[in-house]
Design a protein around this ligand. Structure first.
Ligand code: F1P
Length: 343
């Protein structure tokens, strides 16, 4: 079996480890989340930048404290557009713990602020963990494949745990602990439809639509489709799609909707409109969808469930196109160009 497929299918084990580590070490990490932290910056690169977007949206929604996700290169090179008055917390996210932009971002943050740094990574033996005040190391999230799947989901679950801890939401903490079991069931139930959709040669371009806490996950799903299957793919906030991008819709378009319950009526209206223009749609939601999670979990903690079906769809499209998802074109597991390109 391909490493990528094995990692996608086994990821709930890594989710479980993330929950055990974050909640098992709650007293160790809680001081960095409470007290005088006035705003939070999440940072990473590529997949882990999109993870930062999703994490920041949830953190702010649950805690009411300002939170923002930025690329590591933006904090490293345009840091004055990111940092501002008040004491910040930086959450630096990196599967490898060695991406040079993320490491430079932490350095800049240290030079400019007195704020603490939390690292979320799968490698405790790499520079990022050593550069942080507190490192959350998810070894079960490690993966062979270049494209992030299991690692991304585990690190994302860790950020959900941090947001729930920071918000002192014990009700959500209890619900979170059901995720691995529910996730295993969703993966099992959605594998076939994800494979069938992935093997459908008809769509030529993909748009992944998600809003609020789901925009970062829609962006990650879009990147999976791009990295693995070399397909044209773009993410948008759901209602934003009407403001120009819909001009691209035709019979070769696939719209993947990561639908919320909160705004479902507005979101479904967009998809219905695009079907009227010839688009094919694929909907993931808690209920009544192509992939219905039927999780019974609160919206705030079930975001990770959207990922496995979309990772599988990208995987099977790649394989059906004769590509090797374990070795995506042009990509390496770790990008260190920053160090070699600095003036
Ligand atoms: C991030 C990264 C992503 C890319 C691919 C490989 O590395 O390079 O930019 O999308 O998924 O990983 P890391 O800092 O998370 O190790």
């Amino acid at each position: 079996m391909s490493a990528t497929l094995q990692e996608i299918l086994s990821q709930p084990i890594a989710w479980q480890e993330a929950l055990e580590i974050v909640f098992g070490q709650a007293e160790g990490v809680r001081p960095f989340l409470d007290g005088e932290v006035q705003y939070v910056v999440f940072t990473g690169c590529g997949s882990t930048y999109y993870l930062s977007l999703a994490a920041a949206a949830l953190f702010q929604e649950l805690t009411g404290r300002p939170a923002r996700g930025v690329p590591g290169s933006e904090l490293a090179l345009n840091g004055r557009t990111v940092l501002h008055a008040g004491r910040p917390l930086l959450v630096a996210i990196s599967r490898s713990g060695a991406t040079s932009e993320t490491l430079r971002a932490v350095e800049y943050f240290r030079q400019q602020t007195q704020g603490p740094v939390i690292a979320i990574t799968t490698r405790g033996d790499q520079p990022l963990a050593a550069a942080a005040d507190y490192a959350i190391v998810l070894e079960k999230g490690r993966e062979e494949s270049v494209v992030q799947t299991r690692s991304f989901a585990a690190m994302y679950v860790a950020t959900v745990g941090l947001a729930v801890l920071a918000a002192h939401r014990n009700d959500l903490a209890a619900a979170l602990h059901r995720l691995p079991e529910v996730g295993t069931e969703v993966i099992h139930r959605s594998h076939e439809i994800a494979r069938e959709e992935g093997r459908n040669p008809h769509p030529e371009r993909f748009f992944f639509l998600g809003s609020g806490i789901l925009y970062g996950l829609a962006s990650e799903a879009s990147l999976k489709m791009k990295e693995m299957s070399l397909s044209v793919s773009e993410p948008f906030h759901v209602l934003e799609f009407r403001h120009g991008p819909m001009s691209m819709v035709d019979e070769r378009t696939m719209l993947v909707g990561l639908l919320s319950e909160r705004n479902r009526a507005h979101e479904e209206a967009v998809l219905a409109e695009m079907r009227g223009l010839g688009a094919r749609t694929f909907v993931l939601a808690e209920r009544e969808a192509d992939v219905a999670f039927l999780s019974g979990l609160p919206e705030a903690v079930r975001g990770v469930l959207y990922l496995p079906p979309l990772q599988l769809m990208a995987y099977y499209r790649a394989v059906s196109r004769g590509l090797d998802p374990d070795h995506p074109r042009h990509l390496n597991a770790v990008v260190k160009a920053f160090d070699t390109s600095k003036g």
